[in-house]
Design a binder for this molecule. Structure first.
Ligand code: ADP
Length: 454
């Protein structure tokens, strides 16, 4: 196959495809095509038909209506070897029968080239070595496949698919067992794979909407076996669609051509009443908020956090705990739009907590945003006010903190007492008198603060 200027025919085409399993319709009138150079992500809840769609694409699943075409030919007219030369398949999981070495397992991907009894030639060997390297498995190549972790085994299946050398890759949740770093590395590789030739295409099912947003050219949304949307992430990712398809409340953040999704924790009202729960906004970053965020969620508070930079360790904690809040791209300055979103969240909060974070030019805005909201709202500096050891703004952060203190922010050192104070009646709903600025490290008894507020 060669690259030409004319657009290649679709790598895959579904024409009004129905699939039935055990007498039940699982896919309904699916029609779409995937062009060369494209990455298509399939998203949908469990049981929506993603695996069935991918298996049908490979001819592993019979259709009851319509037609599937692979590289312009009906898939059911291609023999298994021809199919394997066109398309490689990475299943969700596979239980290896024997304890083959990783290298031998990956070599199985070369079967359409070497045939059943053929010996591996130099080209096959090179393809296997390359695939092992891409999947970062070279150091594991002599290990037995039965003695690998779930993530390592997933990378073995990925390497086997790469070794096959087919221009179309079909991958069923290829990132489900991978840690976040491998997830990004695999998606980057797949991105390069499709961009390197207009003959190539990638179709993958994925649960992480953010990976789909970041890397897919288009997203096919499946619900109950039907395609409910098909288009670019920018076009198709909306709060309403996420709610309709997945039944979850999620925010969608758009910026500079990028889309990011952040699920919100169901409001406490939906989870049932938690006595004394408060809307607590946490200003944190770099792991300074981890213990606090966890503790607040465990106590049933409605927690927000921000603004956080994507991939910051506190942002990862927030994602795990479903804590919403404004997000910014990694290492970028916080934009005015994000600050406006932050101020909206601050305005809705009942309590503000400033974790013992490092303050630099990249996050000073978070403290400045809090200034108008301190009066009338209990505001705590957890474990002290940022001093010279945590102020990397040439003193600007210290000035803002002094202003926050003048407006009533207090220092709290004891997390347990803080949690207790939060649920004390009146602790978070009445305005406080501004506190005179004294020694910024002066420890306040949060209980006394509640008394003052009465
Ligand atoms: P997804 O990949 O989106 O989780 P699947 O394609 O695996 O969804 O499944 C779609 C539907 O088909 C589900 O309702 C599932 O229970 C059903 N299903 C899957 N495999 C079979 C099977 N072998 N026999 C009968 N029903 C099946």
């Amino acid at each position: 196959m060669t690259d030409g200027n004319a657009p290649p025919s679709p790598r895959l085409e579904f024409r009004e495809v129905d699939v039935e399993l055990a007498g039940r319709a699982v896919l309904h009138r699916l029609s779409f095509s995937v062009a060369g150079g494209e990455m298509l992500a399939i998203v949908g809840p469990n049981g929506s038909g993603k695996t069935t769609l991918l298996r049908s694409a490979l001819g592993l699943q019979k259709t009851s209506h319509g037609e599937v075409r692979l590289f312009g030919k009906p898939v059911d007219r291609l023999d298994p070897r021809q199919r394997a030369l066109h398309a490689a398949w990475l299943p969700q999981s596979e239980a290896p029968a024997d304890n083959l070495s990783v290298r031998d397992y990956v070599s199985l991907g070369r079967y359409p080239h070497v045939g059943s009894f053929g010996a591996e030639n130099a080209e096959d060997g090179e393809a296997v070595e390359r695939a092992l390297e891409e999947a970062e498995l070279t150091p594991f190549s002599h290990r037995g496949v039965l003695h690998l972790s779930g993530g390592e085994r997933q990378r073995v299946l990925y390497a086997r698919a790469l070794a096959q050398g087919a221009p179309l890759l079909l991958l069923d949740e290829p990132t489900s067992h991978l840690d976040v770093s491998y997830q990004f590395r695999m998606m980057e590789q797949l991105h390069r794979f499709v961009r390197s030739s207009r003959q190539r295409a990638v179709i993958l099912s994925v649960h992480d909407l953010n990976l789909a947003c970041r890397y897919a050219d288009r997203i096919l949304w499946l619900a109950g076996g039907r395609c409910v949307a098909l288009g670019s992430p920018q076009e198709t990712i909306t709060e309403e669609r996420i709610y309709r398809v997945f039944g979850i409340d999620a925010g969608v953040h758009r910026e500079g051509g990028q889309v990011a999704v952040f699920p919100r924790r169901p409001p406490p009202a939906l989870l049932g009443p938690t006595p004394g729960s408060r809307r607590v906004h946490v200003i944190c970053g770099g792991g300074s908020g981890e213990e606090l965020l966890q503790g607040l969620v465990e106590r049933g508070h409605e927690v927000t956090a921000g603004t956080l930079h994507l991939l910051d360790s506190d942002q990862v904690t927030c994602e795990r705990l479903h804590i919403p809040g404004p997000l910014e791209s990694p290492f970028s300055a916080i934009t005015e739009g994000t600050r406006a979103a932050h101020r909206e969240i601050l305005a809705r909060s009942e309590v503000i907590v400033i974790a013992p974070l490092m303050v630099g030019p990249g996050n000073l805005a978070n403290l400045e945003d809090a200034l108008p909201f301190v009066t009338g709202r209990p505001t705590y500096f957890l474990r002290g006010v940022p001093g010279p050891d945590r102020d990397f703004t040439g003193g600007k952060a210290s000035e803002v903190c002094a202003e926050l203190r003048r407006k009533g922010a207090v220092v709290v050192r004891d997390l347990a007492a803080f949690y207790e104070d939060l649920v004390r009646p009146g602790a978070s709903s009445k305005p406080l008198d501004p506190e005179p600025l004294g020694d910024p490290e002066t420890q306040r008894d949060p209980g006394a603060m509640a008394e003052e507020a009465k």
